[in-house]
Design a protein. Structure first.
Length: 138
């Protein structure tokens, strides 16, 4: 996984930036081809695996299941809310406006990750436990 090599947060930053760029391309689209290009760029910004890996890095094992469940609940809740609120929002700002809004929200999320989410300890900085003589006697 790329985030194992270059770091979780770097992958998340890149994904959010790609998603924002795709959103702004789609927001400015006047034809289906440009809209499709924007959506493809948005899709290239998928970060769910990196988010899940970062969450696993930042949580203790006894809390990890709850944290993963919270992510799952937020995905389900936002999906359900989008079905209800999307058409209402589209009346006020249009479909292009929704794409622009998602672009700005992606940039806000990027800033939020940068400011609020701690960096996980890198594997190089985490000491590797050494076997003790008593552990070798078994």
């Amino acid at each position: 996984m790329l985030s194992d090599r270059i770091g979780r947060k770097k992958v998340i930053y890149g994904g959010l930036l790609l998603f924002a760029i795709g959103s702004f391309v789609a927001a400015g689209a006047h034809d289906i081809a440009t809209l499709t290009v924007g959506r493809v760029i948005q899709g290239a910004g998928a970060i769910s695996a990196a988010i899940t890996a970062l969450l696993a890095d930042l949580t203790r094992e006894e809390n990890r299941t709850k944290a993963m469940a919270m992510i799952g609940m937020s995905i389900g809740t936002t999906f359900a809310a989008s079905l209800v609120l999307g058409p209402i929002l589209a009346k006020f700002i249009g479909v292009n406006g929704i794409f622009a809004l998602t672009g700005f929200l992606s940039l806000a999320a990027l800033i939020g990750v940068w400011l609020l989410i701690p960096d996980p300890a890198s594997p190089a900085s985490t000491p590797t436990p050494r076997p003790t003589p008593s552990a070798c006697r078994r």
